[in-house]
Design a protein around this ligand. Structure first.
Ligand SMILES: [Zn+2]
Length: 189
């Protein structure tokens, strides 16, 4: 058994190509950059948050602040794999490092409850409360295509909100939903 494991690991090493489900479409990509626009605060950020397989902690802190609950000012540390999803999404739709509009980032439990009371489509245990979800759209990119690209990544949950023109991505289990969608959009999913 030990010998088998040794053989397996040395042959993987000989390939010299890291194999990981979190690996971006372009493994040679060194700098992982995000350009974000916050639709609530009108702030912009242009930041390299990861170099190779190393996250840059100062950059993560800036992103956490950027994605704060804009109603309360509360900041929570985001799961950085969410940033990889955003970065890889821009690549897979052919807009590498394209600007992403952030519709919603972190939500305190009180903000989530308030949203639930005033709007539909807000989950009680939303992953926004855990800083594991982001709602977004991309200027110049059809949101339905963005949704298809996010689904193809198979890296977490993907929600589609066609009436509000955004998608939700999170680092939870792989699943999907379409909020208040016409039947034509939900068939064949
Ligand atoms: Zn969401």
């Amino acid at each position: 058994m030990g010998a088998l494991l040794l053989i397996a690991s040395s042959s993987a090493h000989a390939q010299s190509r890291p194999v990981s489900p979190q690996e971006p479409p372009s493994p040679e990509r060194q700098d992982h950059r995000l350009l974000l626009y916050n639709t609530h605060t009108a702030e912009r950020i242009d930041i390299v948050y990861r170099r190779g397989d190393q996250y840059i902690s100062g950059a993560l802190a800036k992103l956490d602040f950027f994605l704060r609950d804009h109603r309360t000012g509360d900041v929570r540390h985001f799961d950085p794999r969410l940033y990889d999803i955003l970065s890889d999404l821009t690549f897979s739709i052919g807009h590498p490092d394209g600007e992403i509009d952030i519709v919603c980032g972190y939500r305190t439990p009180s903000t989530n409850e308030s949203l639930r009371a005033h709007t539909t489509g807000v989950a009680r245990n939303s992953l926004h409360i855990q800083a594991e979800a982001i709602d977004l759209r991309m200027p110049g990119v059809d949101t339905f295509k963005l949704r298809q690209a996010a689904l193809a990544l198979r890296r977490g949950g993907v929600g589609y909100y066609p009436h509000s023109d955004f998608i939700h991505v999170d680092t939870g289990r792989v699943r999907q939903w379409c909020f208040d969608c016409p039947a034509s959009l939900t068939t064949g999913d």
